[in-house]
Design a protein around this ligand. Structure first.
Ligand code: GLC
Length: 540
C-alpha cells in the first residue's frame, strides 16, 4: 500500500524566523499564511511547523507550557485554524512538532509537580534524592552542557532535564503522562493536521538511573501504544527525530506492520564532520567517500523495508552550502549539486526554509551576537574548561544553530522583508544578493532547481520507488548512482568538490533530466565535469 507521504516533499518552517506580519520582529502564523502562495509555487506537499505552542522560549518553543494554546507572539488558535484551512486549499498539509520528551518548567504539570512529593503531578516528571554528599544522583549530562539534574529547593530533590533546566523530562513510565499526551495529539488530529514530527522521540524510553537515555527498553511499546491511541489508520505522516538510529533501529520504527511511525530522521551523515566519539563542536573535514558509504548503506538497507527521510538542513544544523558546499565561489552551483544529489534518492525529502534560495551561514565575532541556548551554554562550559575563545567561536560559526535561524530573506527591502520592526535575530546582510524576489526573477536560480526536483518526484515513480546502486568512480569525490525501476534506469552524477574532474559515461544517455551547468550537452565517453557539476541522465 502506498501513502501520500512517500511521494511528498516536506518544507520546514521555523515560525520565529519566517515572516513577521505585525512588526514586532518575530515571525508569526499570519506571516506564514501570507507566504503560502510562495510555497505552493515551490510545489511542496506539507509543512513541518516547528513549535507554535505557548512557551517561555528558553529553547525557542521547544519548551512548551501549554500544548493546546498558541504562543502570544505567533498569534491565536484562530490563526492556527486558518493556517490549516488555507493549507488545505493549496494541498499543503500541516505537520505539527510534537515535543513530549519534556515540557517547559512553566507547564501547569510541572508547576504542580514541584510543589510537594505527594502532589498528584509529581510522577509526571523524574525525581531523585541527592546522593550521600548532596550531589546529583548520577553524572548524566544535559545536551545543553552541565548536569542533567537540577536541584529543586521546595522538596529537596533533583529533577531530570536532558536539555535545559527549564525543560524538565516527562516520565513516560507513568501511564497518565502517556495518555495525556495522546489526548493532546487527538486534539490536534481533530483539527485536520497532516501528522507529527516527533522531537527527540527516541529518548522517551529513558532509564535515567541506569544511565540509558536513547533507545530505552520500552520505547517501541510506547510508540505502538501511541499509534493505536492516536494517528493509527488515519493516513497521517509521522517522522521521529532519532539521533541514535541505525538502519536496524530505523526499520523497527518504520516497517508499516509494526504500527509505529512513517519514518525517522537519522543523523549518521550529519555526524561525519565531527571527530569520532566527540561532540558536534569538535570539527573535522567531511570525507566524501564516507558520505557515499553512509548514504548507500541507508538507501540499500531501507530499500524494501521501512522508509528513509532525506535532509541536509533543519533548525538545528548549519546551512548546507556553507557546510559541505561552497558559499564563496560556487554558492549556486554547489547548492544545486547538493539538492540534486539528495532529491534523486529514495525517501521523503525535507527542505528547510531558505535552503531553496541558497541561504548561507552568518558568522559571528562575539558570543554577544548569539541567541541559541545550546551555543551559549557550550561557550561558557568550554571557557571554564580552558578552551581558547577563538576555537569555541570557530565551532559556533561552523555548527551553531543560529546559522539556520536568521530570518528568511524575502526581498531587497530593509530586514529582507522579514519584518518592519527590529528582527529578534540578525538578518544576514547578504540579503541584498540572496533573497526570494531575486530567485523568482532568475530562471536559473536554485529555487527553480528545487521546484523541478519536486516536480520530478511527483511525476516519476522511478524517483519514488526506484532501486539505488552506487557507481564506482575513478575520482572518489565524484558521487554517482543509478536509480532503476521496471526496466527504466536513471544515472545521477555529481562532482562533490571545487575543482574539475572527469567521469566515464559508459552508456549513451537517452536524455538529460536535470543539470546545473545549463548549456552543456553530453555523450557516452569521458565527461569533463566542472566544479560541483551535477547531472541526471535517463539511460533506459
Ligand atoms: C530537538 C530539537 C531542538 C531542541 C531539542 C530539545 O533536537 O530539534 O531544536 O532544542 O530537541 O527539544
Amino acid at each position: 500500500m502506498t501513502s501520500w507521504w512517500q511521494k511528498a516533499v516536506v518544507y520546514q518552517v521555523y515560525p520565529r524566523s519566517f515572516q513577521d506580519s505585525d512588526g514586532d520582529g518575530i515571525g508569526d502564523l499570519k506571516g506564514i499564511i501570507s507566504r503560502l502562495d510562495y510555497l505552493e509555487k515551490l510545489g511542496i506537499d506539507a509543512i513541518w511547523l516547528s513549535p507554535v505552542y505557548k512557551s517561555p522560549n528558553d529553547d525557542n518553543g521547544y519548551d512548551i507550557s501549554d500544548y493546546e494554546d498558541i504562543m502570544d507572539e505567533f498569534g491565536t488558535m484562530a490563526d492556527m485554524d486558518e493556517l490549516i484551512a488555507e493549507g488545505h486549499k493549496r494541498n499543503i498539509k500541516i505537520i505539527m512538532d510534537l515535543v513530549v520528551n519534556h515540557t517547559s518548567d512553566e507547564h501547569a504539570w510541572f508547576v504542580e509537580a514541584k510543589q510537594s512529593k505527594d502532589n498528584p503531578y509529581r510522577d509526571y516528571y523524574v525525581w531523585a534524592d541527592p546522593d550521600a554528599e548532596g550531589n546529583p544522583p548520577n553524572d548524566l549530562g544535559s545536551t545543553f552542557s552541565g548536569s542533567a539534574w537540577e536541584y529543586s529547593e521546595l522538596t529537596g530533590q533533583y529533577y531530570l532535564h536532558l536539555f535545559s533546566k527549564k525543560q524538565p523530562d516527562l516520565n513516560w513510565e507513568n501511564e497518565k503522562v502517556r495518555h495525556a499526551v495522546y489526548d493532546m495529539m487527538n486534539f490536534w488530529i481533530d483539527k485536520g493536521i497532516g501528522g507529527f514530527r516527533m522531537d527527540v522521540i527516541d529518548l522517551v524510553g529513558k532509564k535515567p538511573f541506569e544511565k540509558i537515555t536513547g533507545n530505552g527498553p520500552k520505547l517501541h511499546d510506547y510508540l505502538q501504544e501511541m499509534h493505536h491511541a492516536t494517528f493509527g489508520g488515519k493516513d497521517l505522516m509521522t517522522v521521529g527525530e532519532t539521533w541514535g538510529a541505525t538502519p536496524e533501529i530505523a526499520k523497527l520504527y518504520s516497517k508499516p506492520e509494526r504500527d509505529e511511525l512513517s519514518m525517522v530522521f537519522q543523523f549518521e551523515h550529519s555526524g561525519l564532520d565531527q571527530q569520532p566519539w566527540k561532540d558536534k563542536w569538535d570539527l573535522q573535514d567531511l570525507s566524501i567517500p564516507a558520505l557515499k558509504e553512509v548514504f548507500t548503506k541507508w538507501q540499500t538497507e531501507l530499500s524494501s523495508e521501512g522508509w528513509n527521510s532525506l535532509f541536509w538542513n533543519n533548525h538545528d544544523l548549519p546551512r548546507i552550502i556553507s557546510r559541505w558546499g561552497n558559499d564563496k565561489d560556487y554558492r549556486v552551483e554547489s547548492g544545486k549539486m547538493l539538492a540534486i544529489l539528495l532529491h534523486q534518492q529514495k525517501g521523503t525529502p525535507y527542505i528547510y526554509q531558505g535552503e531553496e534560495i541558497g541561504m548561507v551561514n552568518y558568522p559571528v565575532e562575539s558570543i554577544d551576537e548569539v541567541d541559541d541556548i545550546e551555543s551559549i551554554n557550550m561557550y561558557n562550559d568550554r571557557l571554564a574548561r580552558g578552551y581558547a575563545k577563538e576555537d569555541i567561536l570557530k565551532s559556533i560559526n561552523a555548527k551553531g544553530r543560529d546559522n539556520a535561524r536568521t530570518p528568511m530573506q524575502w526581498d531587497y527591502s530593509e530586514n529582507a522583508g522579514f519584518t518592519t520592526g527590529t528582527p529578534w535575530l540578525h538578518v544576514n546582510p547578504n540579503y541584498h544578493e540572496i533573497n526570494v524576489k531575486q530567485a523568482l526573477e532568475d530562471s536559473n536560480s536554485l529555487f527553480y532547481t528545487y521546484q523541478k526536483l519536486i516536480q520530478l518526484r511527483h511525476d516519476n515513480p522511478i524517483v519514488v520507488w526506484g532501486d539505488f546502486t552506487l557507481v564506482d568512480t575513478a575520482d572518489e569525490n565524484v558521487f554517482a548512482y543509478y536509480r532503476e525501476l521496471d526496466g527504466q534506469k536513471w544515472l545521477v552524477v555529481t562532482n562533490f568538490q571545487a575543482k574539475k574532474t572527469s567521469f566515464e559515461l559508459t552508456e549513451e544517455p537517452k536524455s538529460t533530466i536535470i543539470q546545473n551547468y545549463n548549456d552543456k550537452t553530453y555523450q557516452k565517453g569521458q565527461l569533463d565535469l566542472e566544479p560541483y557539476e551535477a547531472v541526471v541522465f535517463e539511460i533506459k
